[in-house]
Design a protein around this ligand. Structure first.
Ligand SMILES: [Zn+2]
Length: 77
């Protein structure tokens, strides 16, 4: 799944509209967290509700766009 846009920010927690790069299914993820571990490790393993694939389970051959955290890791917000 890939994050298309984000909303409901509360410090580092947010919700995101996600889209499956394999089948185009859209789903909402309300438990997102703004750090690079989340974007690089958690997001690529989120499975699509429709086709069951994640970014890691099946490659599209395209370079993935990875989000960059909005806040620096050690900043107190
Ligand atoms: Zn899918």
């Amino acid at each position: 799944m890939q994050i298309k846009d984000t909303f409901n920010w509360n410090r580092r927690d947010f919700s995101a509209n996600m889209e499956c790069e394999h089948c185009g299914n859209k789903q909402v993820n309300r438990g997102c967290y703004d750090d690079s571990h989340y974007y690089q490790t958690v997001v690529p393993n989120i499975k699509c509700n429709a086709c069951g694939e994640s970014s890691n389970s099946k490659s599209t051959g395209e370079l993935k766009s990875v989000m960059v955290p909005r806040y620096e890791p050690n900043r107190i917000i």
